[in-house]
Design a protein around this ligand. Structure first.
Ligand SMILES: [Zn+2]
Length: 92
């Protein structure tokens, strides 16, 4: 399961961004401050909740098929079949 998690395209992209950030911190290009970790954690949880609550659970836009299909792919289908990992993560 962990291997499957690591193979998903969006997780690979996030992993690469994390690797770039670590290299930048270790090389001194990007100074490391503890308060930035705390701020990043707070912003992450606030944005995660807000997106989930208001964007991913917005009422279905049935008059625009493309938007409705996007809503299903981005989140509705995840609640229909929560065990499918490919629906758990956002597509690239
Ligand atoms: Zn949800």
């Amino acid at each position: 399961m962990l291997l499957e998690f690591g193979r998903h395209g969006s997780n690979v992209a996030l992993g690469l961004l994390l690797l770039v950030a670590v290299v930048m911190v270790l090389s001194g290009v990007w100074p490391l401050h503890v308060w930035l970790f705390l701020l990043g954690g707070l912003l992450f949880f606030a944005s995660e909740y807000t997106y989930h609550r208001y964007a991913f659970h917005a009422p279905p836009v049935t008059r625009i098929p493309f938007i409705l299909k996007l809503q299903h792919r981005l989140h509705y289908d995840h609640h229909t079949d929560p065990n499918r990992l490919d629906l758990l993560f956002l597509p690239l």
